[in-house]
Design a protein around this ligand. Structure first.
Ligand SMILES: [Zn+2]
Length: 243
């Protein structure tokens, strides 16, 4: 499975700018996070259209994917122009059923992952990278750089991780990806707070999956909260250590 991840803009083309942020930097950060997370899956090859701050035409970006005979093309962007929220695009001409299915599932997973953000909808447009690529292709516009609230979110690496995580879970579902080495995958919505990237993430996921440590009644896991003596007793009991 070959996925091309396209970091929108770059080099002499900063993309949209606002609130001290440049689109080309954010697309690089998010795109790299997505690629790193995809590295945890079996049989997935990640191809980047650019790996540094350089300029690439839209045609060159599509050509990289076409030459690689990629299975999927993802272009990551940040919006601008006076709005707020998330939207995704596929080509507004003929597209495969797979393209539409991918947009549905990826868009949905991103919205779930980023929480309280306006859903601007699943859209279609005549964008060059979508038109010129021979495989299912999607372009995501991840919040507005010129909106103060959106920009504040985009300044948080934790939030960028959530954006990336949504893309990856969407791809996992759309392409039936499996994690390497039989790792236990627990869907993010098992707990409300984002534990992706936490130093103890794997252990936390196992603790939730096995029921040894459960989340709070409001759905949070609270990975960095202390354990009380009563909670420890319950955990030891669940482990079968209290006869
Ligand atoms: Zn852009």
């Amino acid at each position: 499975m070959k996925f091309v991840i396209d970091w929108g803009h770059g080099g002499s083309d900063p993309g949209a700018v606002g609130n001290g942020l440049r689109e080309k930097d954010l697309t690089m950060k998010i795109g790299k996070m997505i690629g790193d997370m995809l590295g945890e899956y079996e049989g997935v090859q990640v191809i980047y259209t650019r790996t540094s701050d350089c300029y690439l035409s839209l045609e060159e970006r599509a050509e990289i994917a076409n030459k690689a005979c990629a299975d999927f093309f993802l272009s990551v962007h940040i919006n601008a122009g006076g709005g707020t929220g998330f939207e995704s695009y596929i080509y507004n001409g003929n597209v495969s059923a797979k393209t539409i299915a991918c947009q549905n599932v990826i868009h949905g997973e991103i919205m779930r992952a980023i929480g309280n953000v306006k859903d601007r909808g699943k859209k279609r447009a005549n964008y060059a990278v979508l038109r010129l690529t021979n495989m299912p292709a999607i372009l995501t516009e991840n919040l507005f750089i010129d909106n103060a609230n959106d920009a504040a979110k985009l300044k948080s690496d934790q939030f960028l991780q959530q954006i990336a995580y949504g893309h990856v879970i969407g791809l996992e579902k759309a392409f039936g990806l499996k994690k390497k080495g039989g790792q236990i995958t627990v869907q993010k919505d098992t707990v409300k707070d984002d534990i992706t990237g936490h130093w103890a993430e794997e252990s936390i996921r196992k603790a939730i999956k096995t029921g040894i440590i459960k989340g709070h009644s409001d759905g949070r896991f609270g990975p960095d909260e202390p354990v009380t003596r009563a909670q420890l007793a319950v955990i030891l009991d669940r482990l079968g250590l209290l006869k």
